[in-house]
Design a protein around this ligand. Structure first.
Ligand SMILES: CC(C)(COP(=O)(O)OP(=O)(O)OC[C@H]1O[C@@H](n2cnc3c(N)ncnc32)[C@H](O)[C@@H]1OP(=O)(O)O)[C@@H](O)C(=O)NCCC(=O)NCCS
Length: 190
């Protein structure tokens, strides 16, 4: 389903030349499918950036399962060998779910999350998915703003969604009218 590699631009604040921040060209960040070797880094980013204060659910083993899952796509953004961000989407018949998304602090506000999410949304649209769903902590202003720019609408507030302690906001992006019967695909006749 997902077979394209996209490139995005980034300024990496950790990269400096003689004390000045060196710009990283658009060639330096690559989006690609994750491999099992990425699982420990993804798991620790989830623990430190997404699941803070909620208990660590997405450990290395769980991330490996998602990477191996044929119904899910785990995308990573890399600068050289370094993993700067990741996004995981699971795909059903009509619904896709954005499971996890994070970008390292030093590389934020450079469009990496937007590019990864758009890449997954385009894949979902190509696969005939009708709706993309995501839940976020109700105080997560950055994620809320990001999803709004990507065409998501807030559908529900879920009090106590996170371990009975914290509310979630559920958001949805409509790709096509749900329930529409798509024409059956058949290979082209040559
Ligand atoms: C949310 C997160 C993934 C955004 O990553 P990012 O790469 O910085 O986002 P982008 O640069 O692609 O931002 C795209 C747009 O989203 C909005 N946005 C992103 N971060 C924002 C912030 N902190 N405040 C306000 N708007 C923000 C802006 O509209 C931005 O466009 P602009 O920079 O041109 O104004 C990142 O902040 C993060 O990893 N947070 C911790 C983990 C997390 O909350 N994950 C989401 C769980 S649901």
């Amino acid at each position: 389903m997902v077979d394209r590699v996209a490139r995005v631009g980034c300024l990496n604040n950790e990269r400096t030349t003689r004390g000045r921040i060196a710009p990283v060209s658009s060639q330096d960040i690559t989006l690609q499918l994750a491999c099992r070797g990425d699982a420990p880094a993804i798991a620790s980013m989830s623990r430190d950036m997404i699941e803070v204060g909620l208990g660590w659910q997405y450990r290395t083993q769980r991330i490996c399962e998602l990477i191996d899952d044929p119904e899910a796509v785990t995308l990573v953004a890399r600068e050289g060998e370094a993993l700067t961000g990741f996004a995981i989407m699971s795909f059903g018949n009509e619904r896709a779910h954005l499971v996890l998304l994070a970008v390292r602090q030093a590389c934020r506000r450079r469009g990496i999350a937007r590019r990864m999410t758009q890449w997954l949304i385009e894949s979902a649209a190509t696969a005939g998915i009708a709706t993309v769903h995501v839940e976020l902590r109700d105080q997560n202003r950055a994620a809320y703003a990001l999803y709004r720019t990507l065409g998501f609408s807030e559908t529900l507030r879920l009090p106590g969604y996170y371990r009975g302690r914290e509310a979630a906001i559920r958001m949805l992006r409509l790709l096509r009218p749900p329930g529409l019967t798509l024409p059956r695909w058949s290979p082209p006749v040559l």
